[in-house]
Design a protein around this ligand. Sequence first.
Ligand code: ADP
Length: 655
Amino acid sequence: MNIAACDLLGLPRQQLKGQALSNFITAEFTRQPKSVGFPSGKSLMGELLVVSAAQTPREMEYTLTPNVLPHCHLLLLRDISQRRESMQAELRQQQQRVELFSEVTLKIRQSLQLKEILHTTVTEVQRILQADRVLIYHVLPDGTGKTISESVLPDYPTLMDLEFPQEVFPQEYQQLYAQGRVRAIADVHDPTAGLAECLVEFVDQFHIKAKLIVPIVQNLNANSQNQLWGLLIAHQCDSVRQWVDFELELMQQLADQISIALSQAQLLGRLEEVVAARTAELQEEINVRMQAEAALRQSEEQLRLITNALPVLIAYVDEQQQYRFNNQAYQDWLGQSPQKIYGSHLRQVWGEDCYQRMEVYVKTALSGQAVNYENDIVLRDGSWRAVDVTYIPHLDDENMVKGFFALSSDISDRKAIERMKDEFISIISHELRTPLTSLHSALKILATGRLGTLSTEGQQMLGIADDSTERLVRLVNNVLDLQRIESGKVIMECQACNAANLMIQAAEAMQAMAQQQEVTLVKQPQDISVWADADYILQALTNLLSNAIKFSSPGGTVWLTVEQEKNSSNNPKEVVFRVRDEGQGIPADQLERIFERFQQVDSSDSRKKGGTGLGLTICRKIIEQHNGRIWAESTPGCGSTFAFTLPTLEYANIQ
Ligand code: ADP
């Protein structure tokens, strides 16, 4: 061993001799080697921790060359402790810088406000570099510029907001900086720094002795060239200063951060513009919607005002038969507020009995058909009211039923008047019938001449009186018939009847009249069974035949036919009787009206043809009582057909 080895191991040569090397190499080292040896030619190299006799540890680099002499290896040791320490110091410093840098970067990133970012940058750089002044100089498009952010020690003048003429920062410098040039001037007065004399004078004003300048470059888009936005500048005013790499690096990296912040600020600006524009659009949309809603509310209020002012029940019912709208009348009539009724089912509002009377019409309305009917309802005070009800279906764009509008008006007064009128007519008719019958008989006796012979004129007058009396008797009988049927006092005594028999009897009854009018009566009877009250059906048939004969011209023909109609499942459903003539016909707009009381196509018909205007009304009542239908068809000038249906025996029994 040499002297250095003795020093290292802390023992004189004599004491060292014979000692095992392992005494000086820590167990710790063997467990946790600092470096792994590797083969290098014949030698083995590596690092190990040697502990001297005085327990001083040292990190050593070793080279072990085996068998330099027989059974002897050569071990070279080099102390690397110092090198390692300086490396660690360097690492610590770097670590510190990284921490500082990330701290500043974080502060910058935490803000989206450019002004704040710039302020943070200059403050932090000044703090880290311990510089006397740090500023951001913004280059304007015309080549001039000004300080827009600064952090300066109080001993030195501020450059904030100071505008610099173009000469201070000539175009060629700008281009150099745009390409990324960085300038670190340790001493502005040093001629090798290359500052023009005028510039040196200029910087002297602000006590600048050393300066460090890094560009803040902006890349507007991928295709365009870099543009110089400004400079990040650090000044040393109290003395000259040798700028070190780390300081340069820090400045450069912060300048890059600023340039990123600039792009973000621009994006933010654009985003804010977009947001502002969209906000304006949204505001507009909101305004429009609010206006529409206000208009809707107003129209709803108006609708409510109008419907509430009307003395009728107005409602809207949905497909589930639930109320969706009611006017105030519901409250007044039924004592149920529109709020309580809203969403309730019809059955709930009207009660089971009343609902059963209306159900069939509700279903009709929900099948898409408008419907009108009369019903009796009980009011909140327990009184009964007759109402006229109309349901109008509500269809959507695809013609699907969404619900229906319901309108119910109180017709109790009208009904009472009608009843009184009917009763009055009935009493009058009864009272008239007896004297009329006597009058008629008296006139007939006079006409026989048994009580004396009348002059020709007297006989004519007697004829007129007899005709008029007959008409009066017919009218009174018709009025009484109608009144009896309408009052419900008459019950149709239905039984199985042969259609052919009914037709033959009716035709026989009208034969004389047909002959008198020179009209041929053609009947086509068929043996079909119908469910009917024979007397009333005969009355209807003779009435229709008498009209057909009455409105035919001499020489015309009247047909009486019958046929059986089947329903969709081919079952005999109803029998249709038809009375067809070749007379004057009926205008289309009168086809329905003539079934109403005292309605005649031509008011002179009653005088000319001796009608009362009640025949068809009675026919309709009779047929309806049989669950049948009656209607008229006509081609004016070519005659008319009156048809009515009666249920077949099978169908009536099924029902
Ligand atoms: P009327 O006693 O007046 O015949 P109806 O009720 O039987 O009363 O008939 C009403 C009106 O219908 C008649 O006045 C007439 O104008 C018209 N009408 C009825 N039947 C026919 C027909 N077969 N041809 C033309 N018009 C008819």
